[in-house]
Design a protein around this ligand. Structure first.
Ligand code: SF4
Ligand code: SF4
Length: 80
């Protein structure tokens, strides 16, 4: 998730391999149904790596296992 500390620097959006990041009403947001925490694509969440103000924590309301994230990746990539 992206918190209100976001400064709309536009850096994270193009880095997302799942097109999960989009501009919301005031700041960027992440569609949790498209975010795999980069599982399947990269070892580390790319948006977290590039964010200059470290405002992309894991949403505590949406803790997902590696297996669930991998399954979401396969669904998004239409591998199943
Ligand atoms: S963690 Fe990866 S998949 Fe999720 S929003 Fe960030 S860049 Fe996109
Ligand atoms: S990289 Fe961080 S500050 Fe920049 S738009 Fe994305 S969430 Fe906001």
């Amino acid at each position: 998730m992206i918190t209100e500390q976001c400064i709309n620097c536009d850096v994270c959006e193009p880095e997302c391999p799942n097109q999960a990041i989009f501009m919301g009403e005031e700041i960027y947001q992440i569609d949790p149904d498209r975010c795999t925490e980069c599982v399947g694509h990269f070892d580390e969440p790319q948006c977290v790596q590039v964010c200059p103000v470290a405002c992309i924590p894991i949403n505590p309301q949406r803790i997902e296992s590696k297996e669930a994230l991998q399954a979401k990746y396969r669904l998004l990539m239409k591998l199943d």
